[in-house]
Ligand binder design. Structure first.
Ligand code: ADP
Length: 161
C-alpha cells in the first residue's frame, strides 16, 4: 500500500526549513503532497500560484512529491484525497502552542486524520518565512534561508512593489 501524507502550509515563500521537513517526510512516506493554502489567514505576500510555482521550483528533482493548492479546511482536503496523515514542522517551543491547538481541533473535526510533527535540522530551526520577507524587503542577503531561485523571485517582487 502506498502511504501518503499531506504537508500543508502557507509557504510564503518556501524556505530551507520547509524543504528539510519535506525531505524527512519522504523518508517515512511513499508520497508527500505539499499543499499550499489558498485561503491562508496570514494575508500572504505571494499569490497562491506564485507560492505553488516556488515550491515546485525548490523541489525540482524530488521524486514522490506532488505540489498543489487547496481551499478550505485541511481535514476536508485530506478526506477528499483519502489521506490520513498530516505532517507539520516544529521549530521551537513557540510553535508548540499553535500547532497543539490546531492538531487537536483537526482531530475533533476529523478523528480519522492524524497529525505528525517533524523537527528540522537545528541549522534551519530558526528560519521563518515572515522574518526572511522582512529581511529581504530591507535588502538583506537571504541566501542562507531560501534557494537562489526563490531569493531572485522575492527580490523582484519587492522591486515591483
Ligand atoms: P502555516 O501558515 O500553515 O503555519 P507555514 O508555511 O508558516 O504555514 O508553515 C507550514 C509548516 O511548516 C508549519 O508546521 C511550520 O511550523 C513549519 N515550518 C515553517 N518553517 C519551518 C522551519 N524553518 N523548520 C521547520 N518547520 C517549519
Amino acid at each position: 500500500m502506498c502511504q501518503k501524507a499531506i504537508y500543508p502550509g502557507s509557504f510564503d515563500p518556501i524556505t530551507y526549513g520547509h524543504i528539510d521537513i519535506i525531505k524527512r517526510a519522504l523518508k517515512i512516506f511513499d508520497e508527500v503532497i505539499v499543499a499550499v493554502a489558498n485561503n491562508s489567514s496570514k494575508r500572504p505576500l505571494l499569490s497562491t500560484s506564485e507560492r505553488v510555482k516556488m515550491v515546485k521550483q525548490a523541489t525540482k528533482g524530488f521524486d514522490r512529491i506532488v505540489v498543489e493548492s487547496f481551499d478550505g479546511l485541511v481535514v476536508e482536503y485530506a478526506h477528499k484525497k483519502r489521506i490520513g496523515v498530516i505532517v507539520r514542522g516544529l521549530r521551537m517551543i513557540s510553535d508548540f502552542e499553535y500547532e497543539f491547538q490546531m492538531a487537536l481541533t483537526n482531530r475533533k473535526l476529523a478523528p480519522d486524520v492524524e497529525t505528525i510533527y517533524l523537527m528540522p535540522s537545528e541549522s534551519y530551526s530558526y528560519i521563518s518565512s515572515k522574518l526572511l520577507k522582512e529581511a529581504a524587503f530591507l535588502g538583506a542577503d537571504i541566501s542562507n534561508f531560501v534557494p537562489k531561485s526563490i531569493e531572485k523571485k522575492l527580490k523582484a517582487k519587492f522591486k515591483k512593489k
